[in-house]
Every structure is written in structure tokens, then in C-alpha cells.
Write a protein that binds this ligand. Structure first.
Ligand SMILES: Nc1ncnc2c1ncn2[C@@H]1O[C@H](COP(=O)(O)OP(=O)(O)O)[C@@H](O)[C@H]1O
Ligand SMILES: [Mg+2]
Length: 236
């Protein structure tokens, strides 16, 4: 149905600072993700994984290189080729290591606001928020503020929020770092399910090697360079 790639990055390079303090955090990082494909990105701390993910997520533009989403050029180096905020709200779900929920909104309202910002009516947004929280097993916590939720519950509410607008791209930066391995696996499996059901492209930065079997493709990043993980490629 969709003959475009979900995500394509073309030689993304990111330089932080200048002169003596210059850091090249990402070097010509290229990746292609098909609709429905779930990608893991591994690599040591400081290798550039968050820099890459936030570039794809249109949060932290690259110094050079291009980002295409659904076949459309959205970033050309640091230059936006569309309204990035609007595009992000409509097409992308981003999940951070910490849940990043709005502290003065309860779990339901945190999900609901993502829908309303995207044009849903209050009633429809409320119903859909409850459906999502139910799907993620936290409907009974809908009325609780983030500070009253466990780390796992917060993260599941954050996942509900990220999935609310049925994004075609889902990006997660160490989303299970605060979860036990069982809950972590559940969250990873959920990404795979959503990707396959909605034809979304998914990139998950993770350190958790126990859940790697759910991924279609595994890349590793080292010193700003991304390459397919050879050991994980099955012999044809
Ligand atoms: N805002 C910034 N300013 C300067 N250097 C940064 C900034 N963000 C990240 N870096 C540097 O870029 C490199 C890659 O960082 P990062 O993308 O956070 O790696 P990872 O997510 O793999 O741990 C590191 O050397 C880090 O110190
Ligand atoms: Mg990081």
C-alpha cells in the first residue's frame, strides 16, 4: 500500500560546538526503515545514538545530511522542509528514557492532550485515551498524576501518548531502562505489534540484549558511525 520507506536518513552528520570544543557526534549515518519494520540501535554510551534518534525525530537537526519520512524530504541539513512541529505531532511518536509526562496532568489527560493538539474533539480524545491506556494495561491508573505512578506505569502512559495519533514513525530512546525485564519486553513487543498493525517504522535505542529477538533488523553505532550488526544477520 505504501511504497515509500517509512524512514530514510542520508549521511547524517552532527557537529556539536566549534574549534577546540568541536565534537563530531554522528558521521554520515544512513539508515532505511520500511513500513512495519522494527529496528534496534545498539552501541556504547556516547556513540551518538540519541543524536541520531533526535535528528530523525526532528528535534535536533543534523549539521548535514537529509531525513526523509514517508518518502518526503523533511530535513535538509539543519534546514526544515516542512513545519517540523506540526509534522512531528501528526506523524511521529517519541518515547524517552524517562517518561516525560506532564506532571500536572493525570495519565488520561497526558494522552488526551496529544490527540487534542492534533485536532480531536475533547470527547473523542478522551475515549481514545482510555482505549489506549486500557490496551497498555494502565486504565485503572487513568486518574493518577505521574508522581503517583510507578516507573513502569509512567512509561506505559508515555507509550500510550506516543501512539495516540497512530504515528507512521515511532522512535524510542532506551524506553525500557527504568523497567524490569518482563515489563521491558512487553513494551518492546508492543512496538512490534503497533509497527506491524499500522505499517509504522520503528527505531528503538536499547541496551537490553535480552529482547533483541523481537527486532527485524539490528544496527550498531560506534563513534558516530552506524552499521548493520553482522553477528545478528542470519545466514541466507
Ligand atoms: N548538546 C551537546 N553538546 C555538545 N556535545 C554533545 C551534546 N549532545 C551530545 N554530545 C556529545 O555527542 C556525543 C554523542 O552523544 P549522544 O548522542 O548522547 O550518544 P549516546 O546517546 O549514544 O550516548 C557524545 O560525545 C556527547 O558528549
Ligand atoms: Mg543516549
Amino acid at each position: 500500500m505504501n511504497d515509500h520507506l517509512a524512514i530514510e536518513t542520508d549521511k547524517l552528520t552532527k557537529v556539536y560546538g566549534s574549534g577546540n570544543t568541536e565534537v563530531v557526534a554522528m558521521r554520515e549515518a544512513s539508515m532505511r526503515v520500511r513500513p512495519g519494520e522494527v529496528v534496534a540501535l545498539l552501541g556504547p554510551s556516547g556513540s551518538g545514538k540519541s543524536t541520531f534518534l533526535t535528528a530523525v525525530g526532528l528535534i535536533n537537526p543534523p549539521t548535514s545530511g537529509r531525513v526523509f519520512i514517508g518518502g518526503r524530504l523533511v530535513l535538509d541539513g539543519p534546514h526544515a522542509r516542512t513545519n517540523l512541529g506540526k509534522f512531528r505531532r501528526r506523524h511521529m511518536g517519541f518515547i524517552f528514557q524517562k517518561s516525560n509526562l506532564i506532571p500536572f496532568l493525570n495519565a488520561r489527560e497526558n494522552v488526551q492532550i496529544a490527540l487534542q493538539l492534533n485536532g480531536a474533539t475533547t470527547g473523542a480524545a478522551r475515549r481514545r485515551a482510555m482505549e489506549l491506556l486500557d490496551y497498555l494495561g494502565v486504565a485503572d491508573r487513568a486518574g493518577n498524576y505521574p508522581s503517583m505512578l510507578s516507573g513502569g506505569q509512567q512509561q506505559r502512559a508515555a507509550v500510550a501518548r506516543a501512539l495516540a495519533n497512530e504515528p507512521s514513525v515511532i522512535l524510542a530512546d532506551e524506553p525500557t531502562a527504568a523497567l524490569d525485564s518482563h515489563r521491558g519486553r512487553q513494551v518492546m513487543e508492543l512496538f512490534a505489534k503497533v509497527a506491524h498493525e499500522n505499517d509504522a517504522g520503528v527505531i528503538v535505542v536499547t541496551h537490553d540484549h535480552r529482547a533483541l529477538d523481537i527486532f527485524d533488523t539490528i544496527y550498531e553505532m560506534e563513534d558516530g558511525v552506524i552499521r548493520p550488526m553482522q553477528s545478528a544477520v542470519p545466514s541466507a
